[in-house]
Design a protein around this ligand. Sequence first.
Ligand code: PLP
Length: 385
Amino acid sequence: MIYLDNAATTWPKPESVYREMDRFFRLSAANPGRSGHRMALAAEQAIERTRLALARLFNIADPNRIAFACNATDALNTALKGLLRPGDHVVTSSVEHNSVLRPLKGLEKRGVTVTKVAASPAGWIDPNAIARAIGPETRMIVTTHVSNVTGTIEPVAAIGALARQRNLLYLVDGAQSAGTLPIDLAALPVDLFAFTGHKGLFGPPGTGGLCIGERVAMKDFSTLREGGTGTRSEEELQPSELPQRFEAGTPNTVGIVGLGAGVEFLVDRGVANVREQETLLMDRLAAGLRKISALTVYGPEAAQERGAVVSFNVAGWRPADLGTILDQRFAVACRTGLHCAPEAAKTIGAFPLGTVRLSLSIFNTAEEIDLVLGYVKQIAGSPPL
Ligand SMILES: Cc1ncc(COP(=O)(O)O)c(C=O)c1O
């Protein structure tokens, strides 16, 4: 199997992720922060170790500003529904994932207004277009960091600078960037950064989190869930301190330990090195695809301008058929269709059938890329199903 569906979830994970999850689950998986016995304390320490590793990865001075969540979707819902009120206006883009678009659609029913700025056909969000969409009621800008359809790396520094100038909150969907691009949240003008654990961070599914910057006032940030935290149990209301405010209920300890092992693997390797390796592979893949006639390759030309994702179509072929042949005849795993981002498909002219998406991790090799290029060429040269 050649696995090129890493934007959906990375596979394989580093050995240390499997090993640490197994070890922790067998030996230390008590309920953290609840009981005072040694196993509960060990579980709590393991959770805090992951938080610390994430803080190091994203350069966040206070690890408590990272609240664990089930995935990026959960973190994005927490930020959007916790901070936006009737009458507020939000600016977003046409290349967002449904994990942004659907909560915003729901919020529209509750009196929030939304402007969706059209990205370019290569999937690029223009900060000037965002600036033009800002009005007196605008409270927040929300954009993706890397498009999961075109792979385009968005100008988050410029958009964040604009948000600061206009005194707006900036929420970034880092589902495709965390672990694949070096990210310095001390330097980036981003107030809320949502990440998922199971993609570039090499953790298991069911993990993720929200990084909450100091410009976000806790008094304005309501919770989606309230419950046990193991702290301030005598109080009726959810504690206001981070991270407990957003961590009600028993956490996914085993998953968070696996996430910690994934992040430590990345920190050891250096995300800049990972990025360099993936850029070389992506350059080989995207440039190779562009050489095949009958192919439309979406997104930016330069590998430096895209994450580890490339989408394409073959004239006359339905993307789903192409994916089936890649899987069944050639044992290549990819994703086809709309990738949960229908507006992005409209932006690039690939709606309603979507695209074939190939996405990399550092566990892919140049040999695999060359094989896949050969398979795609073979399919493109044959009559559509
Ligand atoms: C850009 C983007 N945002 C959000 C998500 C949602 O991530 P999760 O399913 O882990 O919540 C994804 C997942 O594919 C994504 O690609």
